[in-house]
Ligand binder design. Sequence first.
Ligand code: PEP
Ligand code: MN
Length: 268
Amino acid sequence: MKHLLVEKSSGENIKIQIGDILVGGNKKVIISGPCAVEDYESTLGIARKLKNIGVHMLRGGVFKPRTSPYDFQGLGFRGLEILSKVKGEVGIPIVTEIMDARDLEKAVPYLDVIQVGSRNMYNYSLLKELGKINKPVLLKRGMSATISEWLYAAEYIMQGGNHNVILCERGIRTFEDYTRNTLDLNAVAVIKQKYRLPIIVDPSHGTGIRELVLPMSLAAIAAGSDGLIIESHINPDKSISDARQTVSMDTLNTIVNKVNTFENTFSM
Ligand code: PEP
Ligand code: MN
């Protein structure tokens, strides 16, 4: 089974420049924000705080892939307008998930990074369309995908000419149900050793429990992750979605400080 485009032998390690942020370089990249964009005021408040703490990008969902069709589905394009206004106000790059290839043309100009969620890792028509655009893609691992299937998904995008793919380990389904998913940090070590794409880790979906986000963030960095994506909110318990795994700004601040210290004392 060959991964022609992502093996180390197929070229240089891929580093992705987003404004003044380099993903896959020496500095760990931190992306954070609410699971879902809720309204302008709260998004602006969160973004200001993130900027202050030293978070590099704001991620907020506007098209939400909810397991139940009865749950909040996101603000859609209205949410995108909010993110874009907040970006203008605070000066922070923005990331959101796009689920439907038909939304790409309208949505792409707003965004600095396009997220492909776990449920859409196998959406090959979406991946092919993302291959034709010139924007970085954050490709989350399917919750039941093997590392190899995940790499093929990345290659679906890259085949079209867009090599700006950032992998994101977000936990897989196992027999263990104490945590929401099982964060597979083996995958991080495998990708860093054998493949040339940058990889970040999502300890929020990987654990589903906010108290576990800090230790698993540090474990991810120790395993070689190029960064983290963490769900945060000014009032975590009031988050419209994924409240249980959402950390406060204080906890996020602690994580960022620890990652910065870690980075200076421990590198592979
Ligand atoms: C999310 O990032 O909010 C999300 C829905 O994550 P995942 O696709 O990993 O479940
Ligand atoms: Mn979420």
